[in-house]
Ligand binder design. Structure first.
Ligand code: BES
Ligand code: ZN
Length: 466
């Protein structure tokens, strides 16, 4: 292990240069104008994989390419682990809120600012660098490793959902490793054993056939924007508890053990409040902020559009109003069941004075894996070795829907080993990645392969390379 860690330290400067080069590519999957950049980005990461000696294929899809890269000389007597990542990034807008251009990475102290650098380029690059260190320092990896890097995670992974069942043999593995999530601080490396699911939908209210003079007609017909607000307002109480009948029926209760684990997170309510810039915290009664944001379901309005948005005033009754909603789900809720419940309830509540249309969007089931398995214990040891601090168990509120598809098609559990910090600003202006997290993530990954290999074979040799 010493020679691998030494290789990582010796190559630190080049690894930072690679991170800059990767982050410079504007691979925004939501925006069709960036299609050539996504292709270029897939080629960039595929070239990196080839440069370290991986057998690499770039699979074209109906949208953006999927990169599959494998360690050379597949050994069927060794376990295989699949590292998943995504090279696509969220849109950077609004540009004016960035302190530096989103695709011109800038280092300030130990942080590098760029769109997608934390979510998720830096995190899977750290694994690739660690595998390079194993291969180039002449050490024999105790396992086979397959990298699977897609370009559509931020828009629903459509191509990958199609690719997975058709390439089960190519992607077969004992477990999946994903670093596309966070840790509370560099001193609290964490194994995330649960993610929330998601159900997206659009709700549209149509009223008059055109925008109308609100003085001439106001009072005699319903206002679609008001009707939508009143409808949405009835879905939740003032503390955030959802009031849709049956909504909590499938929710699995937090165990006392889980509550003790979540209580170990270093969140301080007042600091949390200040960090998020809110006058006061909010949330379901009887739960801590960490429980509320990771282990309880929610209903959020992501976008609300209606009427006149320009300068000054325009006295109209808008013809229509629209809301984009997502619900975050917890075990054992499913997107299908939740979308049906919300739709049924909205239909029941909607007044006859307007027309309601509900359009379901993407969905993902919540994920929960045993935090006490041999693999999880191995991952905890690798986290401790890489970050130099005791590792904790945590749940997270974000969603990585493809994780459930890995379980379904590859019968593999996923270990979530995040490297992002709470102030990394994923999906927000001024996204950044900490070079200390990058370096610790590489060390963690270097330690991970022997740990997971021993765990996969239930080996108790106690060495770091059996
Ligand atoms: N990296 C995130 C997911 C994440 C973030 C998990 C923080 C845990 C903690 C991922 O790129 C993402 O943004 N996922 C989307 C999924 C959606 C587009 C289906 C999300 O959670 O909003
Ligand atoms: Zn994301």
């Amino acid at each position: 292990m010493d020679s691998i860690l030494a290789y990582l330290a010796d190559n630190e400067r080049r690894y930072v240069d690679d991170l800059f080069a990767y982050a410079r590519i504007p691979s925004v999957s939501a925006q069709p104008k960036h299609a050539p950049d996504l292709k270029r980005c897939a080629d960039w990461i595929a070239d990196r994989c080839r440069a370290i000696g991986l057998t690499t294929e770039v699979h074209p899809t109906a949208s953006y390419p999927i990169v599959v890269a494998k360690t050379p000389k597949h050994d069927k007597d060794k376990p295989t682990f699949l590292v998943y990542g995504h090279y696509d990034v969220q849109p950077p807008e609004p540009f004016e809120l960035w302190d530096s251009p989103p695709f011109e990475p800038v280092q300030k102290g130990r942080d590098v600012f760029a769109r997608g650098i934390s979510d998720n380029k830096g995190q899977h690059l750290a694994h690739l660098n660690a595998v390079e260190a194993w291969l180039k320092s002449g050490q024999e990896l105790p396992c086979n490793i397959t990298f699977l890097i897609e370009g559509e995670e931020e828009v629903g992974s459509t191509a990958l959902y199609d690719f997975l069942p058709k390439h089960k043999a190519l992607l077969a593995c004992n477990a999946v490793v994903i670093s596309d999530n966070g840790i509370p601080t560099l001193k609290h490396p964490a194994l995330t054993y649960a993610l929330r699911g998601i159900a997206a939908m659009e709700v549209r209210i149509d009223g008059p056939s055109r925008d109308l003079h609100s003085g001439i007609y106001g009072g005699s017909i319903e206002n679609p924007a008001m009707a939508l607000c009143q409808l949405l307002g009835k879905l939740r109480d003032a503390r955030g508890k959802i009031t849709i009948p049956g909504f909590y029926d499938e929710v699995v209760k937090l165990t006392a053990y889980e509550r003790r684990q979540l209580a170990k997170l270093p969140t301080k309510p007042n600091a949390y409040r200040k960090f998020l810039g809110v006058p006061e915290l909010f949330g379901e009664k009887g739960f801590t902020a960490d429980e509320q944001r990771t282990a309880r379901p929610t209903l959020e309005i992501n976008g609300l559009t209606s009427g006149y948005q320009g300068d000054g005033s325009k006295t109209i009754i808008p013809s229509w109003a629209k809301a984009k909603l997502t619900l975050r789900l917890v075990p054992n809720q499913t997107p299908k069941q939740i979308i049906a419940q919300v739709t049924r309830h909205l239909k029941k509540l909607c007044p006859p004075t307007v027309k309601l249309t509900v359009t379901p969007g993407h969905g993902g089931t919540p994920y929960l894996v045993s935090p006490t398995s041999q693999l999880a214990q191995g991952a905890l040891r690798a986290l401790e070795a890489g970050f130099g601090h005791e590792a904790i168990l945590t749940r997270e509120g974000g969603s990585i829907p493809i994780v459930s598809a890995f379980k379904k098609h590859l019968d593999a559990d996923t270990l979530l080993l995040g490297m992002a910090l709470p102030d990394d600003n994923p999906h927000s202006p001024n996204e950044k990645f900490s070079l200390d997290a990058y370096a610790a993530g590489m060390r963690m990954s270097a330690h991970l392969w022997p740990e997971l290999s021993c765990a996969a074979f239930a080996c108790d040799c106690g060495s770091d390379h059996c």
